[in-house]
Design a protein around this ligand. Structure first.
Ligand SMILES: Cc1cc2nc3c(=O)[nH]c(=O)nc-3n(C[C@H](O)[C@H](O)[C@H](O)COP(=O)(O)OP(=O)(O)OC[C@H]3O[C@@H](n4cnc5c(N)ncnc54)[C@H](O)[C@@H]3O)c2cc1C
Length: 465
């Protein structure tokens, strides 16, 4: 510490519910966690290395301490013998990694298998399927370890048809999954779903995928922190990168407590990436607000009325989908789209939309008391798929981001892949590794206008037409 005594992390700044990555300069400095169910029930966050308090040097600097940054640090240390230093603006895993729905599905990005085939052809789509299958196995091994004790709730993913007319599309997708990828997906009728799985009242049926697990989001993140530090990574919280200079092959990252010098930077800032962080990440992602709420504990009669016999991930087929699940303590969690801007995030109408969504599925829960409600910024890329890459061969900058709300599972593998790239190992020849995130280009100033228009269109498409 520069003066030998006062850590820079006290007092903590309060959580800012209106934070908006497109408008604000950065995610803050030493802010408290969002008031999520996960943070409320995980127990205290594990120890970290506190803020940077003097100029220093590191093998590799990872910016952002969410799942991606922590997985990168774990694999750099474990597989490649490097000593990474993680810089986090606020508390550990302060962004989406302590705010999500805790649903791990066998995907990366927002596109379905049929859309992969359309975009890249069957061979690349098959190779992508192998990649996410490997990722899911890595994730399963991680959450089975004692160090990462995150209350796994396996049982597969239920993709629930919110209207009769989407069943034909689900049947086609099931065929593609099974015939082209040799997967074991199944179609469930409304009657089967209600009798043996869940009595979602608007469901017309479902597509069931065998891979799908719910986890406790903050326990997963805190387990990652413990594992990364045991392996030799340093995790410095309350250390936002506020300036970035490159000179002679070195990167100088300025934080409030000192500048960190390194040859290699791994960026893992997802939807919280400040516009001014670096030209390589500028306007490459569209941050979209997603919200989540958790009810009080359901009574036995409410549980019976909901007929919910599964605790693994449930999502519906709306373009702006609802994701929902029964938590181990018999609370119900549901989330979906939220406000367009951070300034509007606290508007009650967004919570009302979520409450309506819950009541349509489970009428017995209409008006139920809530114990938690929160929101966070999801990193949506222009082409709906993530990238894990070195965008410019001339500069040792790497990034992994753009999961579009599907990063709980795949971020574990993305961190592993980014660590391989940093160590000079080859990653599979796939579009998510071999090209940078596409820019929003001339559309950049109109993104929010476009988002509002798209929300109107999606509503019509999902509910009316
Ligand atoms: C409400 C909600 C529900 C979701 N539900 C699901 C789900 O059910 N399933 C699923 O797969 N995905 C879900 N997601 C998405 C998932 O949470 C993310 O894909 C995943 O957590 C991304 O992790 P990450 O490490 O890449 O980014 P994050 O966890 O967002 O971490 C980025 C970190 O970077 C830090 N940072 C930013 N700028 C700087 C800087 N200049 N200096 C230092 N640090 C900086 C931030 O403070 C932040 O902690 C959800 C997201 C939200 C918001």
């Amino acid at each position: 510490m520069p003066d030998g005594s006062i850590p820079l992390c006290w007092p903590k700044a309060s959580y800012d519910p209106k934070y908006d990555p497109i408008v604000d300069a950065g995610p803050g400095h030493n802010r408290d966690f969002a008031p999520t169910y996960w943070v409320g029930t995980a127990g205290p966050a594990p120890e970290d290395d506190g803020p940077i308090t003097a100029d220093c040097e590191a093998d590799v600097v990872v910016i952002g301490s969410g799942y991606t940054g922590l997985s990168t640090a774990i694999h750099l240390a474990k597989d490649h013998g490097l000593q990474p230093l993680v810089l986090e603006a606020n508390s550990v895993a302060w962004g989406c990694s302590t705010r999500n729905g805790g649903q791990a599905q066998i995907s990366s990005g927002r596109l379905k298998r049929s859309q992969w085939i359309k975009r890249w052809g069957v061979d690349v789509a098959r190779a992508m399927h192998d990649e996410v299958t490997e990722a899911f196995r890595l994730f399963e091994d991680l959450i089975a370890s004692e160090e990462i004790d995150c209350d796994p709730q396996p049982g597969g993913h239920y993709y629930i048809a919110h209207r009769d007319k989407v069943m034909a599309g689900l049947r086609r997708e099931c065929e593609v999954l099974n015939q082209t990828f040799g997967y074991g997906a199944k179609i469930l009728s409304r009657e089967e779903l209600h009798a043996e799985h869940v009595k979602d009242q608007e469901a017309a049926g479902a597509l069931w995928e065998p891979d799908g697990t719910c986890i406790h989001a903050a326990k997963l993140a805190f387990g990652y922190v413990r594992m990364a530090r045991r392996l030799g990574a340093r995790i410095h919280t309350a250390s936002p990168v506020m300036g970035w200079r490159e000179q002679g092959g070195w990167h100088y990252l300025r934080t409030p407590g000192g500048t960190v010098k390194t040859r290699t930077v791994a960026v893992a800032t997802a939807g919280y990436t400040p516009v001014g962080l670096h030209k390589r990440t500028k306007h490459r992602l569209m941050p979209i607000l997603s919200n989540s709420m958790v009810t009080r504990v359901l009574t036995p009669s409410e549980l019976e009325a909901c007929g919910i016999q599964v605790t693994s991930p449930l999502t519906d087929t709306r373009t702006l989908r609802h994701y929902y699940r029964l938590l181990p303590d018999n609370r119900m969690q549901i989330g979906s789209r939220s406000a367009v801007t951070g300034r509007d995030a606290e508007n009650d109408k967004h919570l009302a939309l979520l409450r309506r969504g819950l009541a349509r599925k489970f009428p017995a829960l209409e008006g139920i008391g809530l114990d938690y409600s929160w929101w966070g910024w999801v990193d949506v890329s222009h082409d709906m798929m993530p990238r894990i890459c070195q965008p410019d061969r001339e500069s040792r900058i790497f990034y992994a981001m753009g999961y579009g709300g599907n990063g709980v599972m795949y971020s574990a593998q993305a961190g592993r892949r980014m660590a391989q790239q940093i160590a000079g190992e080859k990653t599979p020849v796939l579009p998510i590794f071999n090209s940078p995130l596409p820019s929003h280009g001339l559309l950049t100033p109109f993104r929010r206008l476009g988002q509002r228009m798209a929300y109107g269109w999606y509503y019509l498409k999902d509910e009316i037409i």
